[in-house]
Design a protein around this ligand. Structure first.
Ligand SMILES: O=C1C[C@@](O)(C(=O)O)C[C@@H](O)[C@@H]1O
Length: 253
């Protein structure tokens, strides 16, 4: 079966479409985030991600909601992806408990200011019926993600992560891994091709670091629906500038 398409505002994710280019906000303060969003938005990414685990007042719900409102004043029609990446999967350390994090996420979803949210497949949030029901009610698409900053798991393991995301109801599924050999990169690309044919939801795949650059530049030619690029500062190793990816896309799509 061909991977289904998912539309978020004017952006279409999935088979037959070039990868949406996403740039991340990683500021620690409101002032940094405002500078960052202005710069990034001027480069016209397809999606903006707020990596809220970098924000230094994540434990203050009102501050988070205020910053969210301010960020949204600068992004126009660009879809906003909200992510609290866990430390185990490459995020910044945060002080919130799981219950506090769930409460914050509910507040953020209810603002309707975000259009997509990332839940790690291995986290309790991806299994949380309240959060998933809220996303459905508010038409906020959720990405079921898995990250391995150490290695590239086997093709079977990576496929299992993506299938788990699909099985628990993710609208899109994503895997990001660290390659150490050319074979690792090829394995990720083969997985991308296979999973994008097999699954019923769009697939996003990334091989991080310098070795994985091909997957970020031309992953869509193998079936990947989104790529993360540098707008201001990289949010993970190996990201290329947005301008380079957009330029390449004029030749490949
Ligand atoms: O999950 C991802 C992908 C990513 O880790 C990357 O490798 O580009 C960057 C993160 O900001 C994002 O949340």
């Amino acid at each position: 079966m061909c991977a289904k398409k998912v539309k978020v505002k004017e952006v279409t994710f999935g088979e037959g479409h070039k990868a949406a280019v996403c740039c991340s906000l990683i500021g620690a303060t409101e002032a940094e985030l405002v500078d960052e969003v202005k710069l990034i938005q001027s480069k016209k990414p397809d999606v903006i991600e707020w990596r809220a685990d970098f924000y230094n007042k994540l434990d203050n719900t009102q501050a988070v909601l205020n910053v969210l409102t301010i960020v949204c004043e600068h992004i126009g029609e660009t879809p906003l992806l909200f992510t609290i990446r866990s430390e185990q999967e490459g995020g910044e350390p945060i002080s919130l408990t799981t219950a506090e994090q769930k409460d914050l996420i509910q507040h953020v979803l209810k603002t309707r200011l975000i259009h997509m949210i990332d839940f790690e497949v291995a986290s309790p949030f991806a299994e949380d019926d309240d959060l998933k029901a809220l996303c459905k009610d508010l038409d906020i698409k959720w990405i079921g993600s898995t990250h391995d900053f150490e290695k590239t798991p086997t093709r079977e393991q990576m496929l299992a992560f993506l299938q788990k995301g699909e099985a628990i109801g993710a609208d899109l599924v994503k895997v990001a891994v660290m390659p150490h050999t050319r074979e690792d990169v090829l394995s990720l690309l083969t997985l991308t091709n296979d999973a994008s044919n097999m699954l019923s939801v769009p697939v996003i795949t990334i091989a991080m670091g310098r070795m994985g650059i091909a997957t970020r530049l031309v992953g869509d030619q193998f079936g990947s629906a989104m790529t993360f690029a540098v707008g201001h500062q990289a949010s993970a190793p190996g990201q290329a500038p947005l301008e380079l990816i957009k330029e390449i896309q004029t030749y490949t799509n």
